[in-house]
Write a protein that binds this ligand. Structure first.
Ligand code: GLV
Length: 318
Protein backbone atom coordinates (compact mmCIF):
# COMPACT_ATOMS: atom_id res chain seq x y z
CA UNK A 1 0.00 0.00 0.00
CA UNK A 2 1.27 3.46 -0.90
CA UNK A 3 1.84 5.95 1.93
CA UNK A 4 -0.90 8.54 2.41
CA UNK A 5 -0.03 12.18 1.88
CA UNK A 6 -1.86 15.45 2.42
CA UNK A 7 -1.02 18.27 0.01
CA UNK A 8 -2.55 21.35 1.60
CA UNK A 9 -3.28 23.32 -1.61
CA UNK A 10 -3.47 22.95 -5.34
CA UNK A 11 -0.29 21.62 -6.93
CA UNK A 12 1.31 21.68 -10.40
CA UNK A 13 -0.01 18.76 -12.47
CA UNK A 14 3.55 17.59 -13.34
CA UNK A 15 4.33 17.28 -9.63
CA UNK A 16 1.09 15.45 -8.93
CA UNK A 17 1.94 12.95 -11.72
CA UNK A 18 5.32 12.36 -10.09
CA UNK A 19 3.82 11.99 -6.61
CA UNK A 20 1.15 9.58 -7.86
CA UNK A 21 3.81 7.00 -8.70
CA UNK A 22 4.88 6.85 -5.05
CA UNK A 23 2.05 7.98 -2.78
CA UNK A 24 -1.69 8.22 -2.44
CA UNK A 25 -2.41 11.90 -2.07
CA UNK A 26 -5.30 14.09 -1.01
CA UNK A 27 -5.47 17.81 -1.81
CA UNK A 28 -6.55 19.66 1.34
CA UNK A 29 -8.11 22.71 -0.25
CA UNK A 30 -7.76 23.44 -3.96
CA UNK A 31 -8.89 27.08 -3.55
CA UNK A 32 -8.10 29.33 -0.61
CA UNK A 33 -6.46 28.47 2.65
CA UNK A 34 -7.14 25.28 4.57
CA UNK A 35 -8.46 26.00 8.08
CA UNK A 36 -6.80 24.54 11.15
CA UNK A 37 -9.92 22.48 11.80
CA UNK A 38 -9.82 20.95 8.30
CA UNK A 39 -6.08 20.39 8.55
CA UNK A 40 -6.47 18.50 11.83
CA UNK A 41 -9.28 16.41 10.36
CA UNK A 42 -7.41 15.52 7.18
CA UNK A 43 -3.98 14.86 8.72
CA UNK A 44 -5.22 12.09 11.06
CA UNK A 45 -4.44 9.13 8.79
CA UNK A 46 -1.55 10.66 6.80
CA UNK A 47 2.11 9.59 6.66
CA UNK A 48 3.33 12.72 4.91
CA UNK A 49 2.40 16.38 4.61
CA UNK A 50 3.29 18.84 1.85
CA UNK A 51 2.32 22.32 3.08
CA UNK A 52 2.91 25.85 1.81
CA UNK A 53 4.32 28.64 3.96
CA UNK A 54 0.79 29.93 4.66
CA UNK A 55 -0.09 26.75 6.59
CA UNK A 56 0.59 26.89 10.31
CA UNK A 57 1.79 23.48 11.41
CA UNK A 58 1.67 23.83 15.18
CA UNK A 59 1.53 21.41 18.11
CA UNK A 60 -2.22 20.82 17.70
CA UNK A 61 -1.73 19.72 14.09
CA UNK A 62 1.32 17.59 14.89
CA UNK A 63 -0.40 15.84 17.77
CA UNK A 64 -3.43 15.07 15.59
CA UNK A 65 -1.20 13.03 13.26
CA UNK A 66 -0.07 9.80 14.91
CA UNK A 67 1.52 8.31 11.78
CA UNK A 68 3.07 11.46 10.31
CA UNK A 69 6.72 10.89 9.34
CA UNK A 70 7.61 13.92 7.27
CA UNK A 71 6.58 17.51 6.57
CA UNK A 72 8.01 18.65 3.24
CA UNK A 73 7.52 22.42 3.30
CA UNK A 74 7.30 23.97 -0.15
CA UNK A 75 9.37 27.02 0.87
CA UNK A 76 12.85 27.79 2.05
CA UNK A 77 11.55 29.44 5.25
CA UNK A 78 9.97 27.11 7.77
CA UNK A 79 8.83 29.47 10.54
CA UNK A 80 5.29 28.19 9.83
CA UNK A 81 6.24 24.85 11.42
CA UNK A 82 6.77 24.10 15.12
CA UNK A 83 10.16 22.51 14.57
CA UNK A 84 10.75 21.72 18.25
CA UNK A 85 7.52 19.74 18.59
CA UNK A 86 8.16 18.01 15.25
CA UNK A 87 11.61 16.93 16.47
CA UNK A 88 10.14 15.70 19.77
CA UNK A 89 7.70 13.59 17.80
CA UNK A 90 10.41 12.31 15.46
CA UNK A 91 8.80 13.95 12.41
CA UNK A 92 11.24 15.04 9.71
CA UNK A 93 10.95 18.58 8.31
CA UNK A 94 12.40 19.60 4.95
CA UNK A 95 12.57 22.84 2.98
CA UNK A 96 13.52 24.01 -0.53
CA UNK A 97 16.81 25.92 -0.31
CA UNK A 98 18.96 27.01 -3.24
CA UNK A 99 16.44 26.88 -6.08
CA UNK A 100 14.88 30.23 -5.19
CA UNK A 101 18.04 32.14 -4.33
CA UNK A 102 18.60 33.99 -7.62
CA UNK A 103 14.87 34.49 -8.22
CA UNK A 104 14.40 36.13 -4.84
CA UNK A 105 17.50 38.26 -5.35
CA UNK A 106 16.11 39.38 -8.73
CA UNK A 107 12.83 40.38 -7.06
CA UNK A 108 14.81 42.26 -4.42
CA UNK A 109 16.45 44.29 -7.16
CA UNK A 110 13.13 44.84 -8.89
CA UNK A 111 11.82 46.30 -5.62
CA UNK A 112 14.91 48.41 -4.98
CA UNK A 113 14.66 49.90 -8.47
CA UNK A 114 10.88 50.30 -8.25
CA UNK A 115 11.16 52.30 -5.02
CA UNK A 116 14.27 54.26 -5.99
CA UNK A 117 12.85 55.32 -9.38
CA UNK A 118 9.17 55.37 -8.30
CA UNK A 119 8.27 53.01 -11.16
CA UNK A 120 4.74 51.96 -10.02
CA UNK A 121 3.75 55.57 -9.29
CA UNK A 122 5.09 56.75 -12.65
CA UNK A 123 3.34 53.87 -14.43
CA UNK A 124 -0.03 54.70 -12.89
CA UNK A 125 0.47 58.40 -13.76
CA UNK A 126 1.28 57.57 -17.40
CA UNK A 127 -1.45 54.96 -17.76
CA UNK A 128 -3.99 57.42 -16.37
CA UNK A 129 -3.19 59.84 -19.17
CA UNK A 130 -1.57 62.42 -16.88
CA UNK A 131 1.69 62.68 -18.81
CA UNK A 132 1.42 66.04 -20.54
CA UNK A 133 5.08 66.67 -21.32
CA UNK A 134 8.65 66.23 -20.16
CA UNK A 135 9.52 68.17 -17.05
CA UNK A 136 12.78 68.66 -15.23
CA UNK A 137 11.37 67.52 -11.92
CA UNK A 138 8.93 64.80 -12.99
CA UNK A 139 9.15 61.72 -10.73
CA UNK A 140 12.60 62.38 -9.37
CA UNK A 141 14.03 59.29 -7.74
CA UNK A 142 17.25 58.26 -6.04
CA UNK A 143 20.37 57.20 -7.85
CA UNK A 144 21.98 53.92 -6.79
CA UNK A 145 25.51 54.07 -8.17
CA UNK A 146 28.23 54.68 -5.59
CA UNK A 147 25.61 54.56 -2.83
CA UNK A 148 25.83 52.18 0.11
CA UNK A 149 23.80 48.97 0.14
CA UNK A 150 23.31 47.48 3.63
CA UNK A 151 22.40 43.78 3.58
CA UNK A 152 20.95 42.43 6.81
CA UNK A 153 21.32 38.64 6.70
CA UNK A 154 24.15 37.49 4.44
CA UNK A 155 22.96 33.96 3.72
CA UNK A 156 22.37 32.57 0.24
CA UNK A 157 19.88 35.25 -0.82
CA UNK A 158 21.79 38.13 0.78
CA UNK A 159 24.92 37.00 -1.08
CA UNK A 160 23.06 36.80 -4.40
CA UNK A 161 21.78 40.35 -3.83
CA UNK A 162 25.39 41.43 -3.13
CA UNK A 163 26.65 39.84 -6.37
CA UNK A 164 24.06 41.76 -8.39
CA UNK A 165 24.83 45.02 -6.50
CA UNK A 166 28.21 45.18 -8.14
CA UNK A 167 26.53 45.87 -11.48
CA UNK A 168 25.29 49.10 -9.85
CA UNK A 169 28.76 50.02 -8.50
CA UNK A 170 27.44 50.09 -4.96
CA UNK A 171 29.43 50.03 -1.76
CA UNK A 172 28.32 46.83 -0.03
CA UNK A 173 28.13 46.39 3.74
CA UNK A 174 26.37 43.63 5.62
CA UNK A 175 25.42 42.38 9.05
CA UNK A 176 25.11 38.71 9.86
CA UNK A 177 25.72 36.88 13.15
CA UNK A 178 27.69 34.19 11.30
CA UNK A 179 29.77 36.64 9.25
CA UNK A 180 31.70 35.69 6.13
CA UNK A 181 35.28 34.52 6.02
CA UNK A 182 37.84 36.96 4.58
CA UNK A 183 37.94 35.25 1.15
CA UNK A 184 34.16 35.49 0.84
CA UNK A 185 34.19 39.12 1.94
CA UNK A 186 36.76 39.80 -0.77
CA UNK A 187 34.65 37.93 -3.34
CA UNK A 188 31.55 40.00 -2.56
CA UNK A 189 33.58 43.15 -1.86
CA UNK A 190 31.44 43.41 1.26
CA UNK A 191 32.36 44.64 4.72
CA UNK A 192 30.66 43.50 7.93
CA UNK A 193 29.32 46.34 10.10
CA UNK A 194 27.49 46.33 13.43
CA UNK A 195 23.75 46.63 12.75
CA UNK A 196 23.52 50.13 14.19
CA UNK A 197 26.31 51.43 11.95
CA UNK A 198 24.83 49.69 8.92
CA UNK A 199 21.44 51.31 9.58
CA UNK A 200 22.96 54.75 10.16
CA UNK A 201 25.10 54.77 7.03
CA UNK A 202 23.30 52.78 4.30
CA UNK A 203 21.31 54.35 1.48
CA UNK A 204 19.43 51.12 0.73
CA UNK A 205 18.82 48.59 3.51
CA UNK A 206 17.63 45.18 2.42
CA UNK A 207 16.52 42.40 4.78
CA UNK A 208 17.34 38.73 4.17
CA UNK A 209 17.24 37.21 7.65
CA UNK A 210 15.24 34.22 8.77
CA UNK A 211 12.44 34.93 11.26
CA UNK A 212 13.47 33.93 14.78
CA UNK A 213 12.84 35.37 18.25
CA UNK A 214 16.04 37.39 17.71
CA UNK A 215 14.95 38.92 14.39
CA UNK A 216 11.31 39.61 15.36
CA UNK A 217 10.91 43.44 15.04
CA UNK A 218 14.62 43.78 14.36
CA UNK A 219 13.61 46.85 12.38
CA UNK A 220 11.80 48.52 15.25
CA UNK A 221 10.77 52.16 15.66
CA UNK A 222 14.11 52.84 17.37
CA UNK A 223 16.11 51.25 14.56
CA UNK A 224 14.11 53.00 11.83
CA UNK A 225 15.01 56.30 13.49
CA UNK A 226 18.71 55.47 13.07
CA UNK A 227 18.31 55.40 9.27
CA UNK A 228 19.11 58.30 6.96
CA UNK A 229 16.21 60.54 5.97
CA UNK A 230 17.05 59.52 2.38
CA UNK A 231 17.15 55.77 3.10
CA UNK A 232 15.16 53.07 1.33
CA UNK A 233 14.11 49.95 3.26
CA UNK A 234 13.36 46.68 1.44
CA UNK A 235 11.88 43.56 3.04
CA UNK A 236 11.60 40.29 1.11
CA UNK A 237 12.37 38.08 4.12
CA UNK A 238 9.54 37.67 6.62
CA UNK A 239 7.04 40.35 7.61
CA UNK A 240 7.51 40.29 11.40
CA UNK A 241 11.18 41.29 11.01
CA UNK A 242 9.80 44.83 10.50
CA UNK A 243 7.49 46.62 12.94
CA UNK A 244 4.93 47.55 10.28
CA UNK A 245 3.20 50.26 12.32
CA UNK A 246 6.50 52.01 13.03
CA UNK A 247 7.47 51.80 9.36
CA UNK A 248 4.14 53.31 8.26
CA UNK A 249 4.58 56.20 10.72
CA UNK A 250 8.16 56.78 9.56
CA UNK A 251 7.14 56.84 5.88
CA UNK A 252 4.27 59.21 6.62
CA UNK A 253 6.52 61.60 8.53
CA UNK A 254 9.37 61.35 6.04
CA UNK A 255 11.74 59.86 8.64
CA UNK A 256 13.00 57.67 5.75
CA UNK A 257 12.53 58.20 2.01
CA UNK A 258 10.85 55.02 0.84
CA UNK A 259 10.20 51.33 1.32
CA UNK A 260 9.44 48.21 -0.65
CA UNK A 261 7.69 45.26 0.98
CA UNK A 262 6.99 41.78 -0.32
CA UNK A 263 6.05 40.37 3.09
CA UNK A 264 3.85 41.51 5.98
CA UNK A 265 3.53 41.03 9.72
CA UNK A 266 0.16 39.32 9.55
CA UNK A 267 -0.19 38.10 5.96
CA UNK A 268 -2.35 38.50 3.98
CA UNK A 269 -3.49 41.43 6.17
CA UNK A 270 -1.52 44.64 5.66
CA UNK A 271 -1.32 47.52 8.15
CA UNK A 272 -4.01 49.84 6.67
CA UNK A 273 -1.94 53.03 6.80
CA UNK A 274 0.52 51.54 4.30
CA UNK A 275 -2.11 51.66 1.56
CA UNK A 276 -2.38 55.43 1.77
CA UNK A 277 1.32 56.17 1.32
CA UNK A 278 2.94 57.31 -1.90
CA UNK A 279 6.51 56.37 -0.92
CA UNK A 280 6.03 52.61 -0.67
CA UNK A 281 5.79 49.74 -3.15
CA UNK A 282 3.73 46.76 -1.95
CA UNK A 283 3.96 43.27 -3.46
CA UNK A 284 1.97 40.12 -2.58
CA UNK A 285 4.82 37.85 -1.34
CA UNK A 286 6.13 36.93 -4.80
CA UNK A 287 9.87 36.72 -4.04
CA UNK A 288 10.25 33.26 -5.57
CA UNK A 289 7.34 33.54 -8.00
CA UNK A 290 8.73 32.66 -11.40
CA UNK A 291 7.34 29.73 -13.36
CA UNK A 292 10.74 28.05 -13.33
CA UNK A 293 11.43 28.44 -9.62
CA UNK A 294 8.01 27.56 -8.25
CA UNK A 295 8.02 24.34 -10.27
CA UNK A 296 11.51 23.49 -8.99
CA UNK A 297 10.41 24.20 -5.41
CA UNK A 298 7.39 21.93 -5.76
CA UNK A 299 9.46 19.08 -7.27
CA UNK A 300 12.05 19.52 -4.55
CA UNK A 301 9.41 19.31 -1.80
CA UNK A 302 7.88 16.24 -3.50
CA UNK A 303 11.30 14.54 -3.74
CA UNK A 304 12.05 15.26 -0.08
CA UNK A 305 8.65 13.84 0.82
CA UNK A 306 9.15 10.62 -1.15
CA UNK A 307 12.67 10.13 0.21
CA UNK A 308 11.45 10.55 3.79
CA UNK A 309 8.55 8.14 3.27
CA UNK A 310 10.91 5.54 1.81
CA UNK A 311 12.95 5.71 5.02
CA UNK A 312 15.82 7.57 3.35
CA UNK A 313 17.33 10.80 4.68
CA UNK A 314 15.73 13.55 2.57
CA UNK A 315 18.09 15.89 0.69
CA UNK A 316 16.89 18.98 2.50
CA UNK A 317 16.32 17.95 6.09
CA UNK A 318 16.31 21.02 8.35
C1 GLV B 1 9.32 32.17 0.50
O1 GLV B 1 9.08 33.12 1.16
C2 GLV B 1 10.00 30.99 0.98
O2 GLV B 1 10.34 30.91 2.17
O3 GLV B 1 10.18 30.07 0.17
Amino acid sequence: MKPKVLITHNMFSEVLEYLKEHVEYEIGKPDGDISKHELIKKIKDKDGLLPLLVDTIDKDVLFAAPSLKIIANCAVGYNNIDIISAREKGIMVTNTPGVLTETTAELTWALILAVARRIPQAHIFTRDGLYKGWALDLFLGKELQKKRLGIVGMGRIGQAVARKARAFSMDIVYNDPHGLDPEEEAKFQATQLPLEKLLRTSDVITLHTTLTSKTFHLISEKNIHLMKKTAILINVSRGPVVEERALADALEKGTIWGAGLDVYEDEPAIYPKLFGLDNIVLLPHIGSATQETRLKMAFMAATNLIQGLKGETPNNLV
